[in-house]
Design a protein around this ligand. Structure first.
Ligand SMILES: [Cu+2]
Length: 662
């Protein structure tokens, strides 16, 4: 959000800002289009060829320290070659990508930002470049209004099955346009395939990788801002992925996913059917692999030790920082510290002792196909945030970490009625207008960036279409009675599956831990009755699909006015708001909690903010309450909720009648 202080200049300034933004938008699109070939824009290509990164050290806020270092390494031939795979979990790759990020984040103006980006695009590894540019655009104040193109079009290899990529190459070779059907990886013999539409969904993969770019584990506040509640957000996004996955499994008559255990075999194997642009195929893993130590990464017994240190800290209610000081975690801020420790991020107060359970586990799991590096295989799907959720073991891993977080939450005192009440306010009605119904539809995206360019060989239209889950639109109707004067209220909507796969009803306490967050927003309640109508399209936990590169170019050409709503791409795709459900109607408990907005809100005027995005938010997170509030703590006595006037609980069904829109 831009704040223009001098009111008299608003009109003129706004105009200049808009046109500058269009140029920025185009620059970024050209930088990310066809990353394995030359920049397609003549002016930008000329900039790339003529730019001198160390020509004007005054244009960097660090006096040029970062750029001098990068240029030195480049001249010394130390940087990873082009046309080689890139993985963020590879220390060397990450360090190099971050060296470029360090340059871009310290640019004082766009000319220097885009000049450096264009210059290093030609010299550095393409994967490192793409990563550095994405995180720089997300975090640099220079690029606030730029919409990043969908990653599945920038690096389609990471999102598209090999079979389809091969067809794309053939189409280009034969100069015949093609539109190819993508299928999910396995066959019906594998029950896990019933939920492949979730883990392999390109929108889910995009949500996951974008979240990790918005809240990177390597983030250092010296880059310019603090990432508020990053550790807690880490817990919450992955908790939501885990509970969503279980709801998808129940929709398809599968048991909830089991947690990973270091001393037990990894039950489900995975054949990714995905190939690196450069570097061969992603390695596969057969069923029932027993964990092995991974050379140069970690021994399994070290993982067990790190886990027990973390659980010990939870049991004690405090952690020990790197100086030996005790930090209390037996309070609502504890989850944030635990998240930093478990991921771990640079915010962790003691990496030496608590390790990096999540990051190391991703590598260890990713390498189980070749733990000793005997076959010289590239990294596995779990070593990329773009591809990790494709492998069902991703959800086993996160179920395992989720249970550790739950141990902590369960140690906190349960909320009492007095904690949760919103005096004088009651919810008199909660209803869904329209049927909760999901269906599949085909989604098409371009593969033009998957294939190679060669002099004199023109592009032909090449795309793929994939089935994906969507839902019919619906509206929540919530009637609220306010016995007092006008005041602000926070509305929190959740749903959880009513029964497990054996038809046994979940208790309130089991159910609330499986709650899927559907929406959170603020309203101003007048005295008396307020009828709230909240549409499914408005949910603050979801985002709309980002337009294709082609459409982004067209939008920018037309002035860019329609682009604002795509600025933050962090969030579940809106079409994923509901779990699939099934033909019989999967039963869910739907709840709404209306709590004190003035007490909850960390920033003013939230009820007027239509841009509020649950996952992607720079600056202070607007809701002071813990993620998942008021269902985040143990509920030993569910009457606390059932007697709460500002809480309403109904049962609904989510249907899927096998409809597929082509
Ligand atoms: Cu993740």
């Amino acid at each position: 959000m831009r704040v223009l202080v001098v009111l008299g200049l608003v009109a003129a300034a706004a105009f200049r800002v808009a046109s500058a933004d269009v140029q920025q938008q185009k620059d970024v699109l050209y930088l990310l289009n066809k990353i394995y070939g030359d920049i397609q824009d003549g002016d930008l290509l000329a900039t790339a060829n003529s730019f001198d990164p160390v020509g004007n050290l005054g244009s960097y806020s660090d006096g040029g320290a970062a750029v001098q270092k990068l240029v030195q390494d480049l001249n010394d031939g130390k940087l990873l070659e082009q046309k080689h795979w890139f993985s963020l979990f590879n220390t060397r790759h990450r360090n190099e990508a971050l060296m470029l990020f360090d340059v871009l984040i310290h640019c004082k103006d766009w000319a220097s930002f885009v000049g450096n980006a264009a210059y290093f695009r030609q010299k550095m590894n393409e994967g490192e470049f793409v990563y550095a540019l994405y995180v720089a655009v997300i975090h640099s104040s220079l690029a606030e209004d730029v919409v990043l193109p969908p990653l599945y079009e920038v690096t389609p290899h990471l999102f598209t099955n090999s079979e389809v990529i091969e067809e794309a190459y053939r189409a280009k070779q034969k100069q015949t346009p093609g539109k190819f059907k993508s299928s999910f990886t396995g066959t019906k013999k594998n029950p896990e395939q019933r939920v492949a539409y979730f883990g392999e969904d390109i929108g889910l993969n995009t949500h996951h990788v974008t979240w990790h770019m918005e809240f990177p584990f390597w983030w250092n506040d010296a880059y310019g801002h603090h990432l508020d509640r990053k550790g807690e957000n880490f817990f919450w996004i992955h908790h939501q992925l885990a509970v969503r996955f279980d709801a998808e499994r129940l929709s398809n008559y599968l048991d909830p996913v089991g947690e990973l255990q270091w001393n037990k075999p990894i039950v489900d194997g995975f054949a990714p059917h995905t190939t690196y642009k450069y570097g061969g195929q992603f390695p596969a893993r057969p069923d029932n692999v027993k964990f092995e130590d991974v050379d140069d990464v970690a021994r399994i017994r070290d993982m067990v030790i790190v886990e027990s240190r973390i659980r010990d800290a939870i049991a004690h209610g405090y952690i020990v920082d790197s100086e030996g000081k005790h930090i209390d975690i037996s309070n609502e801020k504890g989850i944030d510290i635990l998240g930093d420790i478990i991921e771990s991020s640079l915010y962790s107060p003691n990496v030496q002792y608590y390790g990096a359970l999540h990051n190391t586990a991703h590598i260890v799991l990713g390498r189980q196909g070749d733990p000793h590096g005997k076959f010289d295989l590239p990294p596995g799907v779990l070593e990329h945030f773009e591809t990790a959720t494709r492998d069902p073991s991703f959800f086993r891993l996160h179920k395992y970490m989720d249970k550790i977080f739950k141990e902590h939450k369960d140690n906190l005192p349960p909320y009492t009625k007095a904690d949760l009440e919103f005096s004088g306010v009651s919810v008199t009605e909660l209803a869904v207008v329209g049927e909760l119904e999901t269906y599949f539809e085909d989604f098409e995206y371009s593969l033009i960036n998957a294939v190679d360019d060669a002099e004199g060989i023109p592009d032909v239209e090449i795309s793929t279409y994939v089935p994906r889950l969507n839902h019919k639109e619906f509206t929540f109707r919530i009637d609220v009675e306010n016995g007092g004067a006008e005041r602000l209220a926070t509305v929190r909507i959740f749903a959880w599956p009513h029964k497990d796969n054996n038809g046994i009803e979940y208790t309130f306490d089991e159910g609330r831990w499986n709650a899927i967050e559907l929406d959170k927003f603020w309203v101003s309640l007048k005295g008396g009755k307020t009828s709230i109508e909240r549409k499914s399209t408005e949910s603050s936990v979801t985002v709309p699909d980002v337009p294709s590169i082609h459409d982004l170019f067209a939008e920018a050409e037309a002035g860019g006015a329609g682009l604002a709503k795509f600025e933050s791409a962090t969030g579940l795709p809106n079409r994923f708001l509901l779990p699939k459900g099934n033909d019989r109607g999967l039963e869910f408990d739907l709840v709404v909690a209306v709590t004190d907005g003035d007490a909850d809100s960390a920033v003013p005027n939230l009820h007027e903010n239509t841009e509020y995005n649950h996952y992607g938010s720079h600056g202070v997170y607007p809701d002071k309450r813990p993620h998942g509030y008021p269902l985040d703590r143990k509920v030993p006595d569910e009457r606390v909720f059932e007697d709460l006037p500002n809480f309403k609980h109904i049962q609904v069904k989510v249907f899927n009648h096998g409809e597929h829109i082509h």
